[in-house]
Design a protein around this ligand. Structure first.
Ligand code: PEP
Ligand code: MN
Length: 332
């Protein structure tokens, strides 16, 4: 249950009420909000004269639900807004991993030349083998921050565990919680304590309900700046790396109020399929795309097979524009 308290209730009183009820207390848009589990179906009697409004839910998709808030939430990055009523499809591009200053600068130049705003690059890579390239860590974060400074771009990078969340907050603009990391309660709880935007990727064996509940972990701690990212599921098929769940995207659009970004690069696993898939994604009217591009994919230190080269990325960008326009969106 979500309860909005009357404006006469102070933050301190709301906090005390939350403690007694074992509820979460957050303040959002100037409103004191209490959140209990969805098992509570009746307004607690102690709140009878303190509640302004309340919502009952069939499950624990609450703050992220359309039932609670029908308008899509907006994540404001300053130079660009994701979600809300903007009808922006934010094309986030860049390499799988930050590998060197030259490589990430070439990527930043590519985005800038197209008028795009947001650069991706992993620094703490969650690899399936300990012998693979693990990312440049703090050195990579500093390179991203340098590009942010030089080009005025926003930067996004992924958290592998909770120990470096503060560094990511300090050096970047969006915390990416990867498909393998989205079950990590340490990461989710750390993301809840900041107001930094958080992009949560769906695990490849994660139901939609579990996926949105990961977002609820962040939101119930007070950080409403959450974006969901579909990046493919593991199915019986081995011809492609994963299977992009566009049905799931339709479901998220119907039942949640969160901006939705799609990542066809990781879903496909091979560069040849990425442009067509990206166009299919954009045709759904989505808030953003995450596309891996590398100045020279064949020498990439991670995910080499799926990264577009820069000519392919430029061609993709041009081909996305009319598709976005046809559904009332704009690639930014
Ligand atoms: C990535 O974005 O490079 C990445 C590792 O993605 P995922 O968590 O979706 O596998
Ligand atoms: Mn990758």
């Amino acid at each position: 249950m979500i309860i909005h308290l009357k404006s006469t209730v102070t933050a301190h009183e709301a906090n005390q009420l939350a403690e007694t009820l074992k509820a979460f207390h957050v303040q959002s848009d100037g409103v004191q909000i209490l959140i209990t589990g969805s098992g509570i179906k009746e307004l607690p009697s102690t709140l009878a004269d303190k509640a302004d409004n309340y919502w009952v839910f069939p499950n624990d998709i609450q703050l992220a639900s359309k039932k609670y808030r029908s308008e899509k939430r907006t994540v404001d990055l300053g130079n660009v807004k994701i979600g809300g009523a903007t009808h922006n499809t934010v094309l986030i591009g860049g390499p799988c991993s930050v590998e060197s200053e030259e490589q990430i600068r070439t990527s930043a130049q590519l985005l800038t030349s197209l008028g795009l705003t947001t650069l991706r690059g992993g620094c703490y890579k969650p690899r399936t083998s300990p012998y693979s390239f693990q990312g440049l860590g703090l050195e990579g974060l500093k390179l991203l921050a340098k590009m942010r400074e030089e080009f005025g771009l926003k930067v996004i990078t992924e958290a592998r565990d909770a120990t470096h969340i503060q560094e990511i907050i300090d050096y970047t603009d969006i915390i990416q919680v990867g498909a393998k990391a989205m079950y990590d309660q340490g990461i989710l709880r750390a993301c809840a304590k900041t107001d930094k935007p958080v992009l949560i990727k769906r695990g490849f064996g994660t139901t939609l309900q579990e996926f949105v509940q990961a977002a609820e972990f962040v939101m119930s701690g007070g950080n409403m700046n959450v974006v969901l990212c579909e990046r493919g599921l593991r199915t019986f098929e081995t011809g492609t790396r994963f299977t992009l769940d566009l049905c799931g995207v339709a479901w998220l659009q119907e039942y949640t109020n969160l901006p939705i970004i799609l990542d066809p690069s990781h879903a496909m696993g091979y560069a040849y399929g990425v442009p067509a898939l990206a166009r299919a994604c954009v045709a759904m009217g989505i808030d953003g795309l995450l596309i891996e591009a590398h100045p020279d994919p064949k020498v990439a230190k991670s995910d080499a097979s799926q990264q577009l080269d820069h000519e392919q990325f430029k061609a993709l960008y041009q081909s996305l524009k009319p598709v976005a326009e046809s559904v009332g969106y704009k690639i930014v």
